[in-house]
Design a protein around this ligand. Structure first.
Ligand code: EPZ
Length: 428
């Protein structure tokens, strides 16, 4: 099994180029299923989840080439296989990455009968898809569950109503319905849609196909699809990864270092930057750069995770690592996922003092963390443990790091270039 061995204590200094956004690239790669035109995507991060998504669209008939380390070319190779008239999105692929349930929206745009494996839950929560399913139903899609698959039958004639109202601004459900609506030649409105930058990026891509979309980035999105897309090659540059950006901002803070982040979008993290500035981190932003310098002992901060533009749940664990060595008491409330405190016990094994009370973690800052053997439970918890290892006294050994390969491109190389002492080893 591969592990990271980190010797803590280095102050990170230097420049980091932020990679493309995993959570923008995934739905856009899936959106390529909507068209037979050639699609070229730039600033695509080379990650496990991207590879998984590529294998899914290749199973469904596409051919994908890596033009260089961050550019992919997607062309249509064949029609997807069908089983008794149904296009199948198979469990062995969907189970690897929940976001692949988005293929249901893209396939339903083109085909009347689709069977999509239901994604399981994961470490951070049950991750139901009821909001997706209810919206498909409202848009005239019949469905039933059969052997772990959601069986969809699009009833061509009837889009029951053209307004779908989400009970919660689900990112995935917003993306799924945007994909499905892309070929419905009438106005579909999503009310209480997610407003994340990744939604806006997907909308920008769909507009290049000829889909009319208004309101992406707000909680009311209007879409008018088109039966026939523009027949030109589509090129799109994926936005930078705001969660990777936030992770490196916190890395500068937790190691008392000084970093310049390049090729990022500061506006995508305004709320996080505001919180970290009030904690005492010096942060300056201009165009596509963010400069961070640790200048004084930080002050504890309370945060509540919420949908964009508030504090993102995907930075909660990393922020907790920073607060674990910030003198005073910080309260961290997680409202997006029901089980996203799995990093607490591992941080406490490194000497942190964190008590969980329902959906709130009470963090009492300690002088120093101590290196330890710890285990990654999920992607962002893993980032928190790497950050803690960088700040801790002594050696940390981090296992189950395959979770990190899903969401951080060249993590060890980027950290090493900043002065971190981190090695990837093979150990049983
Ligand atoms: C996306 O997941 C991201 N993943 C997650 O990032 C991110 O944490 C999440 O949005 C919230 O910002 C990708 O974009 C690939 P949701 P998604 O639907 O779409 C509940 C990472 O680390 N819910 O907004 O699954 C759900 O259980 C990952 O990169 C329902 O109850 O998030 C959760 O509690 C982790 N029913 C909450 O809503 C539904 O039908 C938010 O889920 C859908 C969601």
């Amino acid at each position: 099994m591969e592990k990271y061995v980190i010797e803590g204590g280095s102050q990170l200094k230097g420049e980091v180029i932020i990679s493309g956004s995993k959570n923008a690239a995934l739905p856009i790669i899936i959106a390529s299923l909507l068209t037979d035109n050639e699609v070229v995507l730039y600033n695509v991060p080379f990650l496990k989840d991207i590879q998984t998504t590529i294998s899914i669209i290749e199973y469904l008939g596409k051919k994908v080439y890596w033009v260089d380390h961050s550019c992919i070319k997607i062309i249509s190779n064949r029609e997807p296989y069908k089983e008794k008239g149904y296009v199948i999105a198979p469990y062995e692929l969907i189970k690897k990455m929940r976001a692949s349930f988005l293929v249901s929206g893209a396939l339903l745009a083109n085909y009347n009968k689709v069977k999509a494996a239901l994604p399981g839950g994961c470490a951070i929560g049950a991750r139901p898809v009821d909001i997706h399913i209810k919206a498909f139903e409202q848009l005239g899609v019949d469905h039933y569950v059969d052997g772990g698959y959601e069986v969809f039958i699009k009833n061509k004639a009837r889009v029951k109503k053209n307004v779908v109202r989400f009970r919660y601004p689900s990112v995935g459900a917003t993306e799924n319905i945007m994909l499905f609506a892309s070929k419905i030649p009438q106005e579909i409105t999503i009310v209480n849609s997610a407003t994340e930058p990744e939604i806006v990026d997907l909308a920008e891509f769909l507009k290049k196909l000829g889909v009319k979309i208004e309101g992406a980035g707000t909680n009311i999105i209007r879409i008018v699809g088109c039966k026939k897309f523009l027949s030109s090659k589509i090129e799109h540059k994926v936005i930078p990864d705001r969660i990777e950006t936030g992770t490196y901002i916190i890395a500068a803070g937790i190691t008392k270092g000084e970093l310049l982040l390049k090729q990022t979008v500061p506006q995508h993290l305004s709320y996080v930057i505001k919180k970290l500035r009030s904690s005492g981190l010096k942060i300056e932003t201009e165009e596509d750069k963010i400069y961070i310098r640790w200048v004084k002992m930080l002050k504890p901060q309370n945060i509540t995770t919420r949908p964009y533009p508030y504090f993102p749940t995907d930075l909660q664990a990393q922020f907790m690592a920073l607060m674990s060595i910030t003198k005073g008491v910080s309260k961290i409330k997680e409202t997006v996922f029901e089980n996203r405190f799995l990093h607490v016990s591992e941080l406490n094994r490194m000497g942190a003092n964190i008590v969980v009370d329902g959906n709130t973690a009470i963090v009492t800052g300690v002088e120093k963390l101590k290196g330890a053997e710890v285990m990654v439970s999920d992607l962002r918890a893993g980032a928190a443990l790497v950050l803690a290892g960088l700040a801790a006294e002594g050696i940390s050994k981090i296992s189950h790091i395959y979770h990190l390969d899903r969401g951080y491109e060249n993590l060890a190389d980027k950290l090493t270039s900043l002065g971190a002492k981190i090695k990837r080893i093979q150990e049983d």
